[in-house]
Design a protein around this ligand. Structure first.
Ligand SMILES: Nc1nc2c(ncn2[C@@H]2O[C@H](COP(=O)(O)OP(=O)(O)O)[C@@H](O)[C@H]2O)c(=O)[nH]1
Ligand SMILES: [Mg+2]
Length: 300
């Protein structure tokens, strides 16, 4: 049997296929396969990628910062157009401009956002030593006042993500505009998504807590694996540099339920990605690489 079909690690094969193939030379049906290979290569090239999505001011960056353990993105920059930011495990310092279709990054020795955005990357990679990041990569979509731009950015990172945390503000939660944007994201990702209801600490929300949650369960209960009420200020008091210091407060804030659910979904999504990659390799990539090899070898 072809060795390629039995290899336990699909990543080197996906890598070889994507590197050796020129997308522009492909027919449209072949491009779909290429794009799936690109997405699977990105998903499998590190821990599962968790996308934090939602509308402007829903609490996405606040949640990301809590889990990353540092405020790495200056808020002044967020007003401008910057690409999604992915946090992965490592020492704070270097920053990378990255593209989905190449594994070659442009590395900056400091967090130079002007320099990073000037080379027009698909996304920016930053490192932090948070223990959460040993198990998942976290992607935050940037702040922009233009909803259409935000949707485009979310779509691009969604194609390369495994799990989605959708943040909605309890004060005006799960609006029609959110539902519409969410429904346009890949089904595979929507099936691995949790709804995080932020701002549960606000006094008016505290009083009507059950009403808010009943309404969300009715409207969105079937769409998410879990609906998790969350208070960022409470979570912030329970965690320091990405390490939980007060387990009871962390539980009460919603942080514990959120992390448990996200890690379970990440595991399931990784299993799916490996199976999908195995099938893609067996059905399309192995035959295509085999014919490329025989062409290279010239006529027999
Ligand atoms: N009281 C309260 N404020 C929050 C909570 N989550 C976020 N915020 C605040 O809401 C504002 C918007 O949050 P941000 O994370 O920038 O939203 P983003 O645009 O989705 O990234 C900030 O002032 C946060 O401090 C929460 O759970 N409770
Ligand atoms: Mg933000």
């Amino acid at each position: 049997m072809n060795r390629m079909l039995t290899s336990p690690d699909p990543l080197p094969i996906l890598d070889r296929f994507v590197t050796q193939t020129e997308r522009d030379d492909l027919r449209s049906d072949e491009r779909r396969i290429y794009d799936r290979a690109l997405s699977l290569r990105s998903r499998l090239s590190g821990p599962p990628r968790v996308l934090i999505a939602g509308e402007f001011s829903a609490g996405k960056s606040t949640l990301a910062n809590l889990m990353v353990g540092a405020d790495l993105i200056p808020t002044s920059v967020l007003a401008n157009h910057i690409p999604p930011v992915e946090f992965s495990h490592g020492e704070v310092g270097q920053a990378h401009a990255a593209w989905w279709d190449t594994r070659v990054d442009v590395t900056f020795d400091t967090l130079d956002f002007a320099g990073l955005t000037a080379v027009e990357p698909d996304y920016i990679r930053l490192n932090a030593p948070s223990p959460f990041l040993e198990k998942i990569r976290l992607a935050d979509t940037p702040g922009t006042s233009d909803p259409a731009t935000l949707v485009d950015l979310m779509q691009s990172v969604a194609r390369h993500s495994d799990v989605m945390i959708w943040c909605t503000n309890a004060v005006q939660s799960w609006k029609e505009s959110e539902r519409r944007t969410w429904s346009e994201l890949p089904e595979r990702l929507r099936q691995h998504s949790v709804l995080v209801v932020t701002h549960m600490d606000l006094p008016a929300i505290r009083k009507g807590r059950q009403r808010v949650l009943d309404r969300l369960n009715r409207l969105a209960g079937d769409d998410f694996t879990q609906i998790i009420p969350f208070s960022a200020p409470d979570a912030g008091r329970a965690i320091s540099a990405g390490v939980v210091t007060d387990t009871e407060q962390w539980r009460n804030s919603g942080g514990e339920a959120l992390v448990d659910q996200v890690l379970a979904l990440a595991l399931a999504a990784r299993k799916d990605a490996n199976e999908l990659a195995g099938r893609l390799i067996q059905n399309y990539i192995a035959p295509s690489l085999a014919s490329a090899l025989s062409e290279d070898a010239g006529p027999a």
